[in-house]
Write a protein of this length. Structure first.
Length: 290
């Protein structure tokens, strides 16, 4: 392996150059969930309960005048209590997450971006707040479709450790550490579907959603999030209640690209390969209808 002094150093990899591109590199702290969603944010709607010995209330047993969900009468004949056909909700979540940055490439004034990973190592932490408006509809007793639209607030801290070749031959490499805070806001929208079923008071659901977030980069960020959930569906007193366990996989790996002003004049372009450091998350949840 060659030493720092033997490697070809991009022209911008001076102390000043590292400081210039550090602000650009810090922009990698996109939510990646960014479009990112916490499972609590885009929670699948309540899964239908399977047949139970409890008598359904008068509202549930009343005749339905709309056509959805299809096969609803067949489900009711089997004693299955269905949730409301249509739903709307306002959902907020907060998420702290670590971002894994595999490569950073930087170019100046139109030059092709070159990797700086041999000279700079980056790690990031991101704090995300998201507010979503969610609409959902049951198409079948076991199939729910939904759409979300919302806003994201993202605060990130990027830690950069840069190693540059020695100034004089035979000297020691120069090392520098930078911490760059970044704040970004943007919009997010997406579509999803949930499959749900149950046995007695237990239920199971699987959810898939695709979302895109606009955080001011050249391209919108795309996230595909899948989750599974199992739990208990019943009543606390006279009100419906659910308790569940869930697991979620966040496929939010993406390339962030963009340009920023160079303080010394001109423009810096950057490309960042990034994704969640921990793509799997697990949770415990509770839903109580009032």
């Amino acid at each position: 392996m060659s030493s720092p002094s033997e490697r070809s150093v991009p022209a911008f990899c001076s102390v000043a150059g590292i400081q210039r591109f550090s602000a650009a590199a810090a922009l990698v702290l996109i939510v990646a969930g960014a479009p990112a969603r916490a499972d609590s944010a885009l929670d699948p709607p309540a899964a239908p309960a399977s047949a139970s010995s409890e008598e359904p209330d008068s509202e549930a047993s009343a005749p339905q005048h709309h056509r959805l969900p299809f096969l609803a009468e067949e489900a009711r004949k089997r004693g299955i209590e269905l949730p409301r056909t249509y739903g709307v909700g306002l959902v907020y979540y907060h998420l702290d997450r670590a971002i894994d940055i595999s490569d950073v490439r930087v170019g100046r004034n139109g030059a092709d971006p070159s990797s700086v990973s041999d000279f700079a190592q980056l790690d990031s932490d991101s704090r995300v707040d998201n507010l979503n408006l969610k609409f959902d509809v049951w198409i079948l007793p076991f199939l729910n479709l939904y759409a979300i639209a919302g806003y994201i607030w993202n605060e990130s801290t990027t830690n950069i450790e840069a190693t540059l070749p020695p100034i004089a031959p035979g000297g020691s490499p120069r090392q520098f550490t930078f911490s760059v805070p970044t704040e970004m806001t943007g919009t997010v929208g997406g579509l999803g579907m949930t499959l749900a079923g149950g046995y007695r008071s237990l239920f199971f659901s699987a959810d898939l959603n695709v979302a895109k977030a606009d955080l001011g980069f050249d391209d919108n960020f795309r996230a595909v999030v899948t989750s599974v959930r199992t739990g208990w569906n019943g009543r606390a007193g006279s009100r419906p209640m659910q308790v569940w366990l869930n697991a979620t996989y966040w496929n939010t790996y993406a390339e962030a690209t963009g340009t920023v002003d160079d303080p010394d004049g001109g423009r810096l372009s950057f490309e960042v390969d990034q994704g969640p450091a921990h793509p799997y998350t697990y949770g415990l949840g509770l839903s109580y209808t009032i």
